[in-house]
Design a protein around this ligand. Structure first.
Ligand code: DOR
Length: 437
C-alpha cells in the first residue's frame, strides 16, 4: 500500500513544516515520490504529528470485560489518535507471572488495533503488599513494573523491587499512595469542597510522602523510576529537586488535573478518581511543572467502569474516568488555545517523552547527537521511521458526546463540552486504523 498525504503541516525536527508525506512499505518519506500511489489524501488545513502514546490506561482484560475489553479500549485509543497505549496490571489474573501475563498477551495479539504494551506487577497480588512478582520472568514482555491502583506500602519491598528492576533495566512506575496517611472512605481531595459538602477527604500527604520515599530509593538504587498521575504541588517540587540532583525520575499528570480544581466538583461519580482533582494551587503547580519540564508526560489514566458503578455519587462510585477519546481535544482547547501550554509542549508530553522514557517505538528522532552538540531543536517525525502518524484538524469545532465513545466506559468530565481539534485519521505502520474500515 502506497499512500500520499498532501497539503498538511508536518511536525518535524525543524518544527511545523508544510510537507507532503509519502508512505511506502509502512515507512515515512518526505515529499511526493516518482511512483503510483494506491491512495492520495488531501489534508490542507491539517497537522500531522507522531501518533499519541499513553503510558497509563486500564483496558480491563482479562478479568473485567464488563467494564472494557482490549478490543473496545484499543478502538477508543485509535479514535483518540494513539499509536501506543500501555495497559496497567490491575487485572484478574494480575500479570505477575509468565502464566498470568500470557493470558493478557494472547488477548492483545488477537484483539488490539493499536500497539498495546502491558505492565507487569510489582507485587505478586498487585496489592502493594507481600511477596514480589516474578520480575525476572516477565521483564522481557512488559513495558515496566507497576502496581497501579495501589501504592507499594513497605519500604523494604520497594527497595528490593527497584534493585531487581535496575538489574533488569526495566523502569518502576508507581501509584504513590501511603495508606497509613489515609482516612478510610476518602473519595475526593481533602480541601474546601470536601469540607463544605461533608465528604471524607484524600489528603495530599498520602501521595507526596510515598513519592518522597521512592525518589530516595531511586537515588539509592539507581533504578529508573516514574511517578503516575501526579496531583499535588508537593510532588511536583520533589520531582523538580530530584531531577536537579540527577535522580533517574520522571512523572506524568492527566488533563483533568490540569483543567479543573476541586471547586469545580459536582455531586456525581464522574468527578471521582484516584488521586482526586485537587486545589487551584496544586493545578497551578502542575501547569508550571509541565512548562518547566518537571512533568514529562500527559496521560489519560483511562479507567472505564460500568454505568452502575459510576452512578453512586461521590461517596460510593468506583474511582476512575475515561479519557482516550477526549485527551487531545481537551488539552488543545483548554490548555493550548488558551495559551497555558504551547502546541510543541503538548506534542512533547503526549508523543515524544512517553516514547523516549519507555523506549517505545515510533516515528521520532531522539536527536541525541544534536542535543550533545547543544543545538536547540524539536524532536519530531523523521524519514525512514515507521509511519505511526496522527492527522489532526485543529480548526474543527464540535461537541463531545460520550454516547459515541468506542470505550464501554462513558464516565467523563467532558460530556457536552464544545471543543476544537479532531483526530481526522490515525495511521500505524502506514495502515489506517481510524476511521475504522
Ligand atoms: O481512578 C482510578 N482508577 N485510580 C486508580 O488508581 C485506579 C483506576 C482504576 O483502575 O479504576
Amino acid at each position: 500500500m502506497r499512500t500520499l498525504l498532501t497539503g498538511a503541516e508536518v511536525y518535524t525536527c525543524d518544527g511545523l513544516v508544510k510537507q507532503d508525506i509519502s508512505i511506502c512499505d509502512g515507512r515515512i518519506q518526505f515529499g511526493a515520490q516518482d511512483m503510483r500511489y494506491d491512495r492520495t489524501e488531501n489534508l490542507t488545513d491539517c497537522v500531522i504529528v507522531p501518533g499519541f502514546a499513553d503510558v497509563h490506561v486500564h483496558l480491563r482484560e482479562p478479568g473485567f470485560s464488563y467494564k472494557e475489553t482490549i478490543r473496545t479500549g484499543s478502538m477508543a485509543a485509535a479514535r483518540g489518535g494513539y499509536s501506543i497505549v500501555c495497559a496497567m496490571p490491575n487485572l484478574k489474573p494480575a500479570p505477575s507471572s509468565m502464566e498470568s501475563l500470557r493470558e493478557e498477551l494472547d488477548i492483545i495479539a488477537r484483539d488490539a488495533c493499536v500497539h498495546v504494551y502491558p505492565y507487569g506487577c510489582i507485587t505478586r497480588t498487585q496489592t502493594g503488599r507481600g511477596e514480589l512478582a516474578d520480575l525476572e520472568a516477565i521483564a522481557p514482555y512488559v513495558v515496566a513494573f507497576s502496581d497501579d491502583g495501589k501504592g507499594v506500602q513497605e519500604e523494604a519491598s520497594m527497595r528490593s523491587a527497584m534493585l531487581r528492576a535496575k538489574a533488569l533495566n526495566v523502569p518502576v512506575v508507581a501509584h504513590c499512595e501511603d495508606e497509613a496517611e489515609l482516612v478510610p472512605g476518602g473519595c475526593i481531595h481533602d480541601g474546601q469542597y470536601a469540607r463544605e459538602h461533608g465528604h471524607i477527604g484524600i489528603n495530599s500527604a498520602s501521595e507526596w510522602k510515598q513519592a518522597e520515599r521512592d525518589i530516595r530509593l531511586s537515588e539509592e538504587t539507581g533504578c529508573q523510576y516514574h511517578i503516575c498521575h501526579v496531583s499535588t504541588k508537593e510532588t511536583v517540587e520533589l520531582v523538580r529537586q530530584a531531577k536537579k540532583r540527577g535522580v533517574r525520575v520522571t512523572c506524568e499528570t492527566g488533563p483533568h488535573y490540569l483543567i479543573y480544581t476541586d471547586m469545580d466538583l459536582q455531586e456525581s461519580g464522574s468527578w471521582k478518581m484516584n488521586p482526586p482533582i485537587r486545589s487551584a494551587e496544586d493545578r497551578a503547580a502542575l501547569l508550571e511543572g509541565i512548562n518547566d519540564g518537571t512533568i514529562d508526560c500527559i496521560i489519560t489514566d483511562h479507567a472505564p467502569h460500568s454505568a452502575e458503578e459510576k452512578a453512586k455519587g461521590l461517596d460510593n462510585s468506583a474511582f476512575g474516568i475515561v479519557g482516550l477519546e477526549t485527551a487531545f481535544p481537551t488539552v488543545y482547547t483548554y490548555l493550548v488555545k488558551t495559551g497555558k501550554m504551547s502546541f510543541q509542549r503538548m506534542i512533547e508530553c503526549m508523543c515524544i517523552n512517553p516514547r523516549r522514557i519507555f523506549r517505545l517505538p515510533g516515528a521520532i528522532s531522539t536527536g541525541t547527537k544534536l542535543r550533545e552538540a547543544g543545538i536547540v531543536y524539536h524532536d519530531g517525525l523523521i524519514e525512514g521511521a515507521s509511519a505511526d502518524l496522527c492527522v489532526l484538524d485543529l480548526k474543527k469545532q464540535y461537541r463531545i458526546d460520550s454516547s459515541t465513545f468506542c470505550s464501554m466506559g462513558k464516565s467523563t468530565l467532558f460530556d457536552g463540552a464544545e471543543v476544537f481539534g479532531e483526530v481526522r485519521a490515525n495511521y500505524i505502520g502506514g495502515n489506517i486504523v481510524y476511521p475504522f474500515a
